[in-house]
Design a protein around this ligand. Sequence first.
Ligand code: HEM
Length: 413
Amino acid sequence: PVQHGADGVPLIHAVPDDVQADRERLYRLGPVTRVELPGGVRAWATTHHEVSRATLTDTRFVKSVDHWADYQNGRIPEGWPLLGTIPLDNTNMLALDGAPHRRLRQLTASPFSARRVERLRPDIERITAAALDALEPRAGEPLDLKSEFTFKVPMSVIGELYGVAESEYSQLGEMYAKLFSGDMADGEHLQIYGALFQFFGEMVARKRAEPGDDFTTDLLNAGGDGDVEALSDAEITITLLSVVAAGHETTVNLLTNAVRALLAHPDQFALLDQGKVTWEAVIEEVLRYDPPNNLMMFRFATEDVEIGGQTIREGDAVLTHYGATSRDRAEFGEEPHPEVFDVTRTRGRHISFGYGPHICPGAPLSRLEARIVLPMLFERFPDLRLAVPDEELRVESALSVNSLSEFPVVLRP
Ligand code: HEM
């Protein structure tokens, strides 16, 4: 694709020709660059570590679209596909800052502490084993590992946790995939958002009538004592919508990208086989090398801010480019080069789970899922191979979520 708009502003494509090369291109433009997104929407992208961390912790940048000048002035087309990834209401923790944000984090994120999550290990093992069993009959023929496995496990885990019925996973999965793809007809995201809101709203009403042993019921009971006001039904509904989205859409890509990276780098895989590196190290390197979210989420400047040699004007949108940031020499050094997948890397810490007050509360759960699912997959199918050459794998989107359209493999060639 063309890399610059008519007036020379670098373009960010939903589907770049080469995702890895695109990260390097954007890193080199950094640390902060004016960019144009699909649909002609302009924003600033932070593409180096220091400046990304600085914007993610600077209170002059906020999440509410009330501060986005282009949005308020009607310059964002109504059907702009990426609107699906920007929360537009102030009941969502992703859209709040300061004390209201802290309240929602406090009331909703406790199920995700590393200790609590560790107790889910047997459930994740059971779900993974069942998903692997289901693959057995077709192990000798090409199948799409993404739709048949790496999507199913995180969806089942998050679905069970919050008490979603299994029969609804695939319908939910399809709606979310569309919402995040950035590939929608005008206004379609509003329609999908409405359908999701209705789905989770009905679930909240059902759980109020019949409490269950799940995190949704925990949310209904959270707060309301002492100073912390309990969650309203609208807040619970939007929390479910976000958490279920985040709980499967991103972890799918962590699992898929991990299998892909290991198959493409047999020398690195061998280190794992020989016990020279841990799965934990491999998972962290995958998160850096091929982040499950390539870029996002927007912040908006509440005043003019000088940062990274640029002046970001009040009302401008800023996004974090996790993919480009993960190429930063200042953070990861020159050797091994950040472009290389190297599971023995010791220098630098990725920010693929975000940074600052909005840092991902689901990180322990995702890490645990990857830690369980990946070894179980390769133990069951040690000869797992790609069914097409790696270069032929197609990217569905490399925007808010960085995902392949399909991941064709043969499990037992
Ligand atoms: C926030 C990445 C899995 C729930 C975030 C943010 C990132 C991220 C980068 C910060 C967004 C920002 O700064 O605006 C990831 C990745 C995952 C993952 C890479 C998997 C590999 C999960 C899971 C859950 C989850 C499993 C829930 C079960 C959330 C929520 C937020 C969030 C609720 C919003 C937090 C806030 O705004 O305060 N995630 N996430 N994520 N994530 Fe995750």
